[in-house]
Design a protein around this ligand. Structure first.
Ligand code: SF4
Length: 307
């Protein structure tokens, strides 16, 4: 672990922690695309009951929200944190203590939200927390725009990877996240994650290890869902746990982009679920599909009903 920490900090000298490869010296306080400095910044931490059922369980997921982001999507629902830097710097000691506090509150796991740009600091805090008794699974909850070199350092450290797969459409990825190569990068990253942890393993309703992919449906299929489902089914595993999310709404700067200035419709969501099923995927979203029909729409999708 000490060697991993050393290697991870080396990546900050001319920062290449993520595929942006900004090349700036984070150790000297220079800021790159993500605007992250040397010390980690945390916006909030608490037991979270709104994650996927095997992640939240009955006692909550011990969520730590990191400030800043290496994607900065124009429609980000957490934009005060990811774009505007809401949060405060914490020491490595404090971060380790936060992990232990969440474990002490009974959380099923430590859920690192948007951790990519603080990987070395998180590794350092984690080793400290482990030495002091941290023993619950570590969840790496990221945007999917990750470098394999950095992910290599997380092998044997992260138990559950929870990446987004946001776009297969490079024009959308460029327009909304300034990352035209998003799909190519995320495919390599998610393959690496899958190689490290495999399919999601759930014991007594709680995830203990594995991969969980999130996919947010965008209006007019701008995310390019089909190619993402093809990749998951053919290059990972049809059993991959996939959460197909309906909660898109035009947030932050999205209203400046006419094509994403509305919520998705109920029809768009159902069609995306059916597409995933047709591609042979079987994990995660199937329960949602089984529950939804015109006469019994779950509360959380009611506002997606066609006019
Ligand atoms: S972590 Fe931040 S500074 Fe480093 S390469 Fe990625 S975006 Fe640039």
């Amino acid at each position: 672990m000490q060697e991993k920490i050393k290697q991870a900090y080396k990546l900050l000298d001319a920062c290449r922690l993520c595929p942006r490869e900004c090349g700036i010296n984070r150790v000297k306080g220079e800021l790159g695309f993500c605007r992250a400095g040397l010390l980690p910044m945390v916006s909030s931490f608490h037991p979270h009951f709104g994650e996927e059922p095997p992640i939240s369980g009955s006692r909550g997921s011990g969520t730590i929200f990191f400030t800043q982001c290496n994607l900065r999507c124009v429609f980000c629902q957490n934009y005060p944190i990811s774009h505007m830097g809401e949060g405060r710097e914490v020491s490595i000691e404090e971060l380790a203590a936060t992990m232990l506090r969440l474990q002490g509150q009974g959380c099923h796991n430590i859920n690192l939200v948007t951790p990519t740009h603080y990987t070395p600091q998180i590794l350092e805090a984690l080793i400290l927390a482990r030495q002091r008794g941290l023993n619950i699974p570590m969840v790496y909850n990221c945007g999917g725009y990750e470098g394999v070199e950095t992910l290599d350092l997380l092998e044997g450290v992260v138990d559950i990877y929870m990446p987004d797969m946001k776009y297969s459409n490079s024009k959308a990825a460029e327009r909304f996240s300034s990352a035209p190569n998003y799909f190519e990068i995320s495919k390599k990253a998610v393959k690496e994650m899958y190689g490290q942890v495999g399919d999601l393993k759930i014991e007594k309703g709680i995830a203990i290890k594995g991969l969980l992919i999130r996919h947010l449906v965008l209006p007019d299929n701008l995310a390019g869902s089909e190619a993402i489902f093809d990749f998951i089914a053919e290059e990972l595993s049809p059993q991959t746990y996939v959460n197909i999310m309906a909660q898109y709404y035009p947030c932050h700067m999205a209203l400046r982009f006419p094509e994403i200035s509305r919520r998705i419709t109920h029809r768009e969501y159902i069609d995306t679920l059916k597409l995933a099923k047709k591609k042979g995927l079987s994990g995660g979203f199937r329960q949602v599909l089984a529950t939804i029909n015109r006469s019994r729409i779950p509360e959380w999708t009611e506002d997606l009903r066609d006019p």
